[in-house]
Design a protein around this ligand. Structure first.
Ligand code: HEM
Length: 458
């Protein structure tokens, strides 16, 4: 296994940020299934943080966990043609995300990726900066000294407003609360069996929950369907605003010139709302939590963002803090694939149909790849240290051709929002509030984040 030990410039503080302690007893398969269903990041034993591979042919579907960066490179890049998105995950997310960019494979994925790529180019993303800052300012204008907030929920609302604003301009008629409740319903019902299904456990969910998830889906079809239909008319009349939705309706395939069908537009709107707000919201929430635990880092970030005066290019340390936050709390903790045909991955000969799991959560806390892996140290990402990090040992946005298309969008958004919060507010955890990572497709604080906002002096 290749080594990618990141040398911290100085010894990190000794507080261990909230994380489950690996299960130290051997559990039966039934018990493992139960634990994974409950919370997939808490289900792993120490082995999964120590070994380069775990291969198990006794599950209903062959299973391979890849923790070796070279193995990750093999699956996500070198032999990418032999791997498709996990069928089980497609089945879980399919009702919500359809066959959009996140779920598609083969030619359909290729067509969608090359057609949407220009919408996320560096130039376009920069065009969104002003809107992101304006939304952040508006949201923060309601804060006052001493107020207690659920920072996780606030960040969810903030990033939801940013994605809907950049996607629909001011045509947003979708109430945040209704959308958030419907997404949470969906994730808590179908989303929670994602890991189980990845291991080949048959597709099932208790019936009342399925019904609730179905209601949530009907809500989206109705509301977002109406919005797209309205916009399609405006495009015809030449009165449509220039935003992501108009781009989805008008951008042609660079090869052949085809437009997306309305169904493909719907799937991608859902994909961008889903992939594009929960993830960044959780990243911001975890970063605020970490800053509350490490006052020195918090002070350094505050000084930097104030001096930078809104210019995110002048916030390299703040960027390091977000990168380290994404290492400890990767918003998408599991990446899964099915092998199409047989392959050799590291020392293992696998069959076609094997469920291959690559986990940012595990690999970014791997005992053989990181020094003091459970500890917070933004200096790992300082220019002098980052070359020690193996490209495929740090994968919060995935890697290879299916790397997150919204990576630039997300990093810019996180920097803009975090810098605006930290410039004015110091957030402290409400004493006694329990912080615990919970995996539901994305990684969120199980009980939210009860925090008190204190105005920063000066
Ligand atoms: C901190 C925030 C984010 C994180 C950690 C994140 C993480 C990821 C990861 C790990 C993947 C790869 C999944 C796989 O290979 O199976 C992915 C794919 C994707 N992400 Fe993100 N993401 C974030 C923000 C965003 C945003 C803001 C958008 C859109 C506005 C977005 C849209 C997508 C899409 C459409 C894909 C599928 C790309 C493809 O398969 O070609 N993500 N993301």
């Amino acid at each position: 296994m290749s080594q990618a030990l990141a040398e911290p410039a100085e010894s990190p503080a000794r507080i261990r940020p909230a994380a489950p302690v690996p299960v130290d007893r051997l559990v039966s398969r039934i018990e493992a299934v139960r634990l994974i269903g409950k919370n997939a990041v808490a289900a792993w034993g120490e082995r999964a943080y120590q070994l380069p591979y775990i291969y198990d042919r006794n599950w209903m579907q062959d299973f391979l966990l890849v923790n070796d960066p070279d193995g990750v490179k093999h699956v996500l890049l070198d032999n990418v043609g032999n791997y498709v998105k996990s069928r089980q995950v497609q089945r879980t997310t399919g009702p919500a995300l359809g066959n959009g960019l996140f779920n598609a494979d083969g030619d359909s994925w290729k067509f969608q990726r090359r057609t949407t790529a220009p919408m996320f180019s560096a130039r376009r993303v920069l065009d969104f900066a002003e809107a992101m800052a304006a939304v952040a300012e508006r949201e923060l204008s309601t804060w006052h000294d001493g107020m207690t907030v659920d920072a996780a929920d606030r960040m969810m609302r903030l990033t939801y407003k940013i994605i809907t604003h950049t996607m629909f301009s001011d045509d947003v008629q979708l109430d945040y609360r209704a959308v958030a409740d419907n997404f949470v319903t969906y994730l808590d019902t179908l989303g929670r069996v994602d890991m189980l299904m990845m291991l080949g456990v048959p597709h099932w969910a208790p019936t009342p929950k399925r019904l609730k998830a179905g209601r949530a889906m009907r809500f989206f079809r109705r509301e977002i369907g109406a919005l797209i239909a309205r916009r399609a008319k405006e495009v015809e009349q030449g009165t449509a605003p220039k935003d992501l939705l108009t781009l989805l309706l008008t951008t042609r395939d660079p090869e052949g010139g085809a437009l997306f069908t309305l169904d493909e537009v719907y799937s991608n709107v859902m994909t961008f709302i889903f992939a594009g707000h929960e993830t960044t919201a959780n990243t911001l929430a975890w970063t605020l939590y970490l800053l509350s635990q490490f006052p020195d880092v918090d002070a350094k970030v505050a000084a930097e963002v104030r001096a930078a005066d809104g210019d995110i290019a002048r916030m390299p340390y703040t960027r390091q803090v977000i990168e380290e936050s994404l290492r400890l709390y990767p918003a998408a903790p599991f990446i899964s694939r099915d092998s199409v045909g047989p392959d050799r991955v590291g020392p293992h000969d696998i069959r076609g149909g094997t469920s291959v799991l690559i986990s940012p959560w595990l690999i970014q806390r791997h005992r053989k790849l990181w020094r003091e892996p459970d500890y917070f140290d933004p200096d790992r990402f300082a220019p002098a240290n980052r070359e020690n990090i193996h490209r495929f040992a740090y994968i919060p946005f995935g890697a290879g051709p299916r790397i997150c298309i919204g990576m630039g969008f997300a990093m810019q958004e996180a920097l803009i929002c975090l810098s605006r919060i930290v410039a004015r507010w110091r957030l402290r955890m409400v004493p006694g509030h329990v912080v615990a990572p919970l995996s539901r497709l994305t990684l969120r604080p199980a009980f939210g984040l009860q925090m008190t906002a204190h105005a920063r002096e000066g």
